[in-house]
Design a protein around this ligand. Structure first.
Ligand SMILES: Cc1ncc(C[n+]2csc(CCOP(=O)(O)OP(=O)(O)O)c2C)c(N)n1
Length: 369
């Protein structure tokens, strides 16, 4: 309670929520409300009410007005955003508390003050309740009226302005034909579907792009980050639910786990979109990996495999896509078609276009702010 009170009274403050192990609509609602009062850095791995935090750090890093942060509350497991981790590690944070109910110290941001032994949900509930009480008290003291606007510190004001800008850029930006365009097209088309969904992303660039476009919770393997087992996990998941289960996977992540499709029991509610750029594209997008091209092909694991044969052999529906027009037509089938067996949509892209698409959005966000 004391720590929550300190948090409410401190000036520059941030709540960070890493991956939570399952989707909880109550947490979505709490986070949505907390965002009216505080900066909440979270991704779709923790709640459906997340925002594209990776992009905002580019803007914050350019702002020299923000050197110190008074207080940070850190909940949940891993964050995908490397930018966020780097950013918080370089700031001077006066007080940083991790909230978890297993007592394990992580100190992700390297300024940890201590641990609060509590579940994420209970803590967020208490924080919201005390925040509302405090806000009402303050407003009534000031004006006799509890319904005034919530006052904001400079950090939160900049955050809100930048986030509006970023969300506008993400909406306006039309990537070249690439894995990014495929995910944008998938997420936008999904919004028109009336069935229940569960979406798994695997396991590198796909999750980063998914976090930009998805308005829903994302299932994925973070922490140890292994590319193995993501398709099997989604396949098993589809057998336990009547929802449509989608697995959006990179090619290496898919081929590593291709036997996931060797399962007679899989049904038509399981759909896999493979983004096949014939390599582990993430390795050419990592800053600081200056590796000569003749060696890079080994690092990226370049190959020429496709999923067609695997699908034939396992009685799985298969569609291949090689340009934007095919993408739009096949996406409609992928989402709408009623079948008894799973469908695979394999989208072939080039790693150069994938890189250009991703970098293009980041440039637009930075240059127009
Ligand atoms: C079991 C395992 N082996 C190796 C890695 C290292 N690794 C991280 S991302 C990645 C490549 C992923 O490639 P792909 O699934 O094609 O996605 P893309 O990067 O092209 O988006 C690899 C090999 C890992 N995370 N797990």
């Amino acid at each position: 309670m004391e720590i929550i009170k300190d948090f409410i009274l401190s000036e520059r403050k941030i709540i960070v929520i890493g991956q939570l192990p399952y989707h909880d609509e109550e947490i979505d609602m709490i986070v949505k409300e907390l965002k009216m009062y505080y900066i909440v850095m979270c991704e779709q791995l923790s709640t459906a009410s997340a925002e594209p935090i990776d992009a905002i750090v580019d803007i914050f890093e350019d702002n020299s007005a923000i050197e110190n942060i008074d207080m940070v509350l850190s909940l949940g497991n891993t964050l995908v955003s490397k930018n966020t981790k780097r950013y918080l590690r370089t700031k001077k944070i006066s007080s940083l508390w991790e909230i978890n109910d297993n007592g394990i110290i992580h100190d992700t941001f390297m300024s940890q003050t201590g641990i609060i032994d509590c579940s994420c949900k209970l803590f967020l509930k208490a924080l919201l309740r005390l925040t509302k009480e405090n806000y009402k008290e303050k407003q009534t003291e000031k004006t006799g009226n509890a319904d005034n606007e919530i006052s904001q510190d400079i950090l939160k004001t900049l955050w809100d302005k930048a986030m509006t800008h970023i969300e506008m850029c993400i909406d306006d930006y039309v990537p070249v034909y690439s894995q990014m365009l495929a995910i944008r097209c998938f997420e936008q088309s999904l919004e028109d579907m009336e069935y229940e969904i569960e979406v798994h992303y695997a396991n590198s660039m796909e999750i980063r792009i998914g976090c930009l476009y998805s308005p829903h919770y994302i299932w994925c393997n973070r922490g140890v980050n292994g590319i193995e087992g993501s398709v099997s996990t989604a396949a098993g998941f589809s057998l336990t639910t009547s929802s449509m289960v989608f697995c959006i996977t990179g090619d290496l992540s898919f081929f590593y786990d291709q036997n996931a499709l060797w399962n007679n029991h899989l049904k038509g509610n399981f759909r896999v979109m493979i983004l096949n750029n014939n390599c582990g594209g993430i390795f050419s997008q990592l800053k600081g990996l200056n590796i000569p091209d003749d060696i890079m092909k080994y690092v990226e694991g370049r190959h020429t495999a496709t999923a067609k044969g695997i699908c034939e052999q396992n009685d799985i529906g298969y569609m291949a896509v090689r340009d934007e027009e095919e993408l739009r037509i096949s996406m409609a089938h992928f989402l709408i078609e009623k079948t008894n067996r799973p469908i695979v949509l394999e989208v072939f892209t080039s790693p150069d276009d994938d890189r250009q698409a991703f970098v293009g959005l980041k440039k637009m966000i930075k240059s127009k702010f």
